[in-house]
Design a binder for this molecule. Sequence first.
Ligand SMILES: [Zn+2]
Ligand SMILES: [Zn+2]
Length: 342
Amino acid sequence: MLAAVLHGPYDMRVEEVETPVPGKGEVLLRIKACAICGSDLHAYKGKHQKVTFPRILGHEFSGVIEALSPEIKDFKVGDRVVVDTNKTCGQCPQCKAGRPNLCKTTVNFGFKMDGAFAEFVRVPEGINIYKMPESISFEEAALAQPLGVALNAVRRRAVVTVGDTVAVLGAGPIGLSAAALAKACGAQVLVTDTEDFRLEIAKKMGADEVVNVLKDDVVGKSLEFTRQNGFDKVIEAVGGMQDTTIQQTTQIVKPGGLIVVVGNFSGNKATLRITEFKDREIEIRGSRGQHGTVPYCLKLIESGVIDVKPMITHTIALDGIVKGLERLEEQKGRTMKVIVKF
Ligand SMILES: [Zn+2]
Ligand SMILES: [Zn+2]
């Protein structure tokens, strides 16, 4: 099969590799769409802590079942499906407590096992597989994974509900998904970013107000938006410059408010004025990946409650993947989701 193999930092080659064979309890998936994620870009640059080489990246994908082990009765060849991106142990205290996204021995597609920038992927036993609704496209279904990450942040960690005021810092795919989900939960939503292009997408996806932090006063706009009280919930989805953005969250959250950090960049640090958390009783929570949210995301896309299409700015073929990664890096102001279509 043809696959994009990352041999080392900045060394990705589209080449012939052996097609995987599904073993007992396993499924072979013919990939139809795989979106490039910010973390794929980190991995490409050799900055992702989990990736070992050589590795086929790609964890936001959908496809068709090509072959499967005879023990699997719930699916058949030809089914259009999405799968969970992690294999967790199922045995540790976190897995048993219903929080498998915190499992210490997680193995993820595209990081510790081969992912979906390839014609086929072998899905190991123990990974959940979900049938796609008839009406949604493979590209939309591939975005159920990042939407699931945002759903974990918005519902499980921030517990956004009707009437909340919510700020989302960062209009990347996770931030945009979080804004759309918060809106769907009945919140009033403000989104910040440094690029007008990204803020325009935020408006299309339901943001009530957008602020370009390079042009506008975030604190002033936030107080105006929340009638001088500050936000009930603030979701940090930037990741790259948290020493700045986490400070910002404390300036715009209300007394007694909640900050949820979903933005991700390995090695990041933030300096916090702890007295501010104490005196104003602010809470801060992390949000890691997702578990079990994909079926809900497929339903949200199918029903039209969430439209992920405004995020899809480019579709490319597998042999254009290096250009796709470069585009994501260099043309941030004109690129959101780049999807490899097969
Ligand atoms: Zn991702
Ligand atoms: Zn576990």
